[in-house]
Design a protein around this ligand. Structure first.
Ligand SMILES: Nc1nc2c(ncn2[C@@H]2O[C@H](COP(=O)(O)OP(=O)(O)OP(=O)(O)O)[C@@H](O)[C@H]2O)c(=O)[nH]1
Ligand SMILES: [Mg+2]
Length: 280
């Protein structure tokens, strides 16, 4: 068996990773909330589920230190249809986990949702724009891929009162990179009012949450993460070389994934590839 050493994870063979990823655990379509640490992801999740910022299924903090360490989920009904709302650990906190490790966690849970990912809510703090935020946007566009751009909505938080009430003012102040990202996702965005200033049950917050729900309802197709990209990410994290035969098998799977037996064909191919544990 090819077991790979990693200080933070157990030893995992590629085959184990793939079959683990293919074991569906949840049968509801997923809605992912992603973004930097402390931007208000868990708060948004709570507002969507129960209309209260911190008295809901997700643990929230005061922005001081990272709170959500692993993906957490709750059922969210939209138009009477249940979805699995997934709160994720924040990016940009290397003490807790590198961004690649966080992506691996997000990918693992998303791949376990047999109906795929219906929506990604990308939470962006409006007040400050850093190079790490830009890095996250670039990585997200890379990992989520263009095929999923119709499933992404940007959610701005930490906005001042005037911009919260008048989103056009915020749009005028966005950087070139942020505007570019909004163009890619067809300008689907909203501002969630800061719960400390705006009543969470008030009409403004309710209308913004309704906008998010209606966006999710209008999405035509769920997407699934690219297994090829995820395995590459795991190899990077575990510091091992990816084998060309494994890459080829995963590539073939990506092309044929709509076929019923595609997963089994991939697992059979991986079974025949001799295991190595060559470090990069
Ligand atoms: N100023 C401001 N604060 C907000 C806003 N949304 C949430 N917060 C506050 O930001 C703090 C952090 O919120 P969380 O929801 O725990 O943030 P998170 O993104 O889940 O953080 P991690 O789990 O640590 O990655 C809380 O005190 C929230 O009340 C907002 O729009 N503006
Ligand atoms: Mg959180």
């Amino acid at each position: 068996m090819r077991y790979l050493k990693n200080p933070k994870y157990e030893y995992l063979s590629i085959r184990e990773i793939v079959s683990d990823f293919f074991t569906p655990v949840h049968n509801l379509p997923a809605i992912l909330i992603i973004g930097e640490t402390g931007v208000g992801k868990s708060t948004l999740g709570n507002l969507l589920v129960c209309g209260h910022p911190d008295n809901g299924p997700f643990k929230t903090g005061d922005g001081g230190k990272s709170i959500t360490k692993d993906c957490d989920s709750a059922v969210l009904n939209i138009d009477g249809k249940p979805h699995l709302l997934i709160d994720t650990p924040g990016f940009s906190d290397p003490i807790v986990a590198s961004d690649d490790e966080t992506w691996k966690k997000i990918g693992s849970i998303a791949l376990k949702c047999s109906s795929g990912v219906r929506a990604v809510l990308f939470v962006i703090p409006a007040g400050r724009y850093t190079s790490s935020q830009q890095g996250i946007i670039e990585k997200a566009v890379d990992i989520l891929e263009l095929r999923s751009m119709n499933n992404i909505t940007a959610v701005f938080t930490h906005c001042n009162k005037a911009n919260t009430e008048n989103p056009d003012r915020l749009i005028d102040k966005l950087t070139y990179e942020q505007t570019n990202f909004l163009e890619k996702i067809n300008k689907r965005f909203t501002i969630i009012p800061n719960p400390e200033w705006f009543e969470p049950q008030g009409s403004l917050t309710r209308s913004r949450l309704d906008y998010l729900r209606s966006n999710v309802s209008e999405i035509e197709r769920n997407f699934t993460f690219s297994i090829l990209k995820l395995v590459k990410l795991v190899c990077e994290i575990q510091n091992v070389k990816s084998q060309p035969e494994v890459d080829q098998a995963l590539n073939d799977y990506e092309v044929n994934s709509v076929q019923d037996n595609a997963k089994q064909v991939l697992l059979d191919k991986l079974e025949k590839i001799p295991e190595t544990n060559e470090l990069k």
